[in-house]
Design a protein. Structure first.
Length: 461
């Protein structure tokens, strides 16, 4: 954050002197969708010093803009009033194709007497990070994402009914210098976009599958890490759609290919963020007791928080054996078949990779779940179970029931609603609202007739 960003009046004057006539803002909803608008400089000047109103329906509808019939935050009965929101001026970005229109992230304003808003995902992560700070910790974290790119447009995909979509490139070409070099101009322009927007993209390559890419975002402070992830997902879609291509962050778009991950790497540091708190060179896996307890909490509470990191019906088609995703709350040192991968290294590199999360999850909620469960482990001094050896899928049937992940979103929502740990960490308002939204999502699917059902039953049954 610059001195100008700390001083709203100076920022407004600076932008006005630069000839800026409008700004763009975005607020992340429950599903991680960035909802936003343009504002004139006159409106921004007022908002920069305080707050304004945004229709609260953005937290009361689903990804298809359909209003929940079971959630209480935003409803017909309340008349959809404006919810006060504010901008975080430190999130200012420059969009390369809108250079004279600064972009800012916003969040709902906590109610009178409250420190954090009960529903807003960005505020939820702030709440968890404040808990970490109260325990003497700062959080550093980073996301990595896989996404498939198709030689389609939003219109053509709809016209095809999302069938027989043409991948941007054919074949299985993981880490391919050939594929990346053939389309070097496109990828270089994408890398430039990420650099201009301060998204911290430090690694980018083709993955195994037709048209699939993987991107790794550099570790940074906890809130900034989630901000970057939200912006990365949104502007990846924007960039490729502007090029006549269509990316997807679905958890799993085809049974023929592995799912798409949104792994979360996290470590704890001292309050000044100068000294790492996970590393002991003499201990197994380099894990000191703080890291052991952190992992212990993540293992114990992962099944209860699964809905936050696998929030869609589709996400559970990824959590199956052989799809490079976990099926139970397991951990090990440098093992990619487990739900938690402890990555050993020097003091600054020692971290845990939360591999349950898919690309479709809300980054603020992924971070909140992964960090809050780890902090609970430290408070309760939870020792992790024995690490998995070899293929973790081979031992899943022998694990106790409480370590198995919920098989469906409906089951995950029920487990989340009953979680006392979730209610202590996130508050009853969030738990009740989020549970209602996931049950709504489940009901939308349960009313649908799938291609699989038609092909299996239409003629023969």
């Amino acid at each position: 954050m610059t001195d100008t960003d700390r001083d709203p009046a100076r920022l407004v004057d600076e932008l006005a002197d630069a000839g800026v006539r409008r700004i763009k803002l975005g607020i992340t909803d429950i599903d991680g969708v960035l909802r936003g608008k343009y504002l004139t400089m006159e409106k921004f000047a007022s908002l920069a010093r305080g707050s304004a109103g945004f229709c609260d329906c953005i937290f009361g509808w689903d990804v298809a803009d359909q209003l929940y019939d079971n959630a209480t935050f935003s409803s017909w009965d309340k008349g959809f009033p404006d919810a006060p929101y504010r901008l975080d001026l430190s999130t200012r970005r420059t969009i390369p194709f809108e250079p004279d229109t600064p972009f800012f992230l916003g969040e709902l304003v906590p109610r009178t007497g409250e420190r954090f808003h009960g529903i807003c995902p960005r505020n939820l992560l702030r709440r968890v990070l404040a808990d970490a700070e109260a325990m003497g910790f700062a959080v550093k974290a980073g996301f990595e994402y896989e996404f498939f790119v198709f030689d389609e447009t939003p219109q053509s995909a709809r016209e095809k009914g999302y069938r027989d979509l043409r991948p941007f490139t054919p074949g299985m070409f993981g880490y391919s210098v050939l594929r990346a070099s053939v389309h070097a101009e496109l990828h270089q322009e994408f890398l430039d976009l990420c650099e201009t927007m301060r998204l911290g993209l430090e690694g980018y390559h083709t993955e195994t599958g037709p048209g699939v890419m993987e991107a790794c975002l550099r570790a940074t402070s906890g809130l900034e890490a989630a901000d970057r992830a939200v912006l990365f997902k949104t502007f990846t879609k924007v960039f490729f759609q502007r090029k006549g291509l269509l990316p997807t962050f679905m958890a799993r778009w085809s049974k023929d290919y592995p799912g798409q991950s949104g792994h979360f790497h996290v470590s704890l540091w001292d309050e000044s963020a100068d000294t790492p708190r996970f590393h002991d060179p003499a201990a197994a896996g380099g894990m000191n007791e703080i890291m052991r307890w952190f992992v212990g909490g993540q293992v114990r509470y992962m099944p209860e928080l699964c809905a936050m990191v696998a929030p869609t019906v589709n996400a559970y088609s990824r959590l199956v054996e052989g799809a490079w995703a976990p099926t139970a709350a397991t951990w090990a040192v440098d093992n990619r078949t487990t739900a938690l991968r402890v990555i050993p290294g020097g003091p600054k590199a020692q971290r845990v990779e939360y591999r349950l999360a898919a690309a479709d999850a809300n980054p603020y909620l992924v971070a909140a779940a992964a960090i809050a469960s780890g902090l609970a482990g430290i408070r309760e001094k939870i020792e992790p179970p024995a690490p998995a050896e070899g293929n973790a899928y081979a031992v899943q049937d022998h694990l106790p029931a409480e370590r198995r992940l919920p098989p469906t979103l409906r089951a995950a929502a029920a487990r989340f609603s009953a979680s006392q740990m979730a209610r202590a960490a996130f508050g009853d308002e969030f738990v009740d609202h989020f549970t209602a939204t996931r049950l709504w999502e489940t009901r939308q699917f349960e009313r649908a007739i799938t291609d699989w059902e038609l092909a299996r039953y239409f003629e023969i049954i």
